[in-house]
Design a protein around this ligand. Structure first.
Ligand SMILES: [Fe+2]
Length: 304
């Protein structure tokens, strides 16, 4: 696959300092000037001031300049205006208002996290010892940016832009609503859903396992219970455990673990899902604010 990762995102918010403090608590490492790094992915988040919260830029990493040239031709064939400076290609998707930057980038190489031994019926892989997760005390550190979910005023147009133009692949579809798209071996790196105004629904950050999701969310909610949005649960599409929290600007941020990985396109059959399975397989009831953000009316009025 020529596309191999999300590189970084730029989120626009009215109060960069307050939102920056949130993402530092969330576990990202400050790198100066509103930029933040993950443990394995490097600098993957930048915050910039904007009147309303939104995703300003989405970076996609490819292997080489031939990939950049091919994507430029694909986007141009769709009638998209493409800017090319050296090996970097920039184009805007009108439906989401997001500036997409495609550039050659090194692949993320993650050290193999050890698998904690667990006990089950007839299976005692951990004996005479407490669970290792109980001894964890350090702050949770997201390993990498996993995916971004965007609202688009033109889902069909945005999907053409990202699938036919940039080259994302479809992993699964929610009937008539949205497709889960990948630009790496992760089940999804992008989802575009229908919205009355372009918006950032959530960003999602990989942690080691479900214990790290619980530890991270517990620490965030101890500081401010109002940050809770939805979790703990498990998604059906992508299989991942999730817990969603809310930053001070109203963007949701998700801790996730155990996402499906697709390393051979021939061995994965995309499904078409509907109803509850399109949202989750278990967890607390879906809060209305997850389906329709509380500040939607303000975003539509351009005042949020
Ligand atoms: Fe998600």
């Amino acid at each position: 696959m020529a596309l191999h990762r999300l590189t970084s995102i730029t989120i626009g918010v009215p109060d960069v300092a307050a939102v920056g403090a949130y993402y530092e608590e969330f576990g990202l490492a400050p790198a100066g000037d509103g930029r933040f790094a993950t443990a394995d992915g490097g600098e993957q988040l930048a915050l910039v001031p904007t009147p309303t919260r939104r995703l300003v830029q989405l970076g996609v990493g490819v292997d080489d300049r031939d990939d950049v040239a091919r994507i430029g031709r694909q986007l141009a064939a769709l009638g998209v205006t493409v800017e090319r400076v050296a090996d970097t290609l920039t184009a805007v998707d009108p439906g989401t208002r997001v500036r997409v930057v495609v550039t050659p980038a090194p692949r993320i190489v993650q050290p193999k996290a050890p698998c904690a031994p667990t006990n089950g019926p007839g299976r005692t892989d951990r004996v005479n010892d407490r669970a290792g997760a109980l001894a964890r005390e350090s702050r949770v550190r997201p390993r990498k940016l996993g995916h971004v979910v965007l609202g688009s005023t033109d889902v069909e147009g945005s999907e053409r832009f990202f699938i036919d133009g940039v080259g994302f692949k479809v992993s699964d579809t929610v009937a008539g609503l949205a497709s889960f798209l990948r630009c790496s071996t992760d089940h999804h790196n992008l989802l575009v859903q229908r919205a009355p105004v372009p918006l950032l629904h959530h960003t999602s950050w990989q942690v080691d396992d479900v214990d790290e999701i619980g530890r991270g969310a517990t620490a965030m909610l101890a500081a401010d219970p109002n940050r809770h949005v939805w979790g703990l649960g498990r998604h059906h599409i992508g299989s991942n455990f999730f817990w969603y929290l809310k930053d001070p600007a109203g963007n949701f941020s998700e801790y996730y673990a155990d996402l499906d990985c697709i390393v051979d396109d021939e061995l994965w059959t995309p499904g078409v899902w509907e109803g509850a399975k399109s949202l989750y397989t278990w967890g607390p009831p879906v809060p209305p604010s997850f389906l329709s953000p509380d500040d939607l009316a303000e975003l539509m009025a351009g005042k949020a």
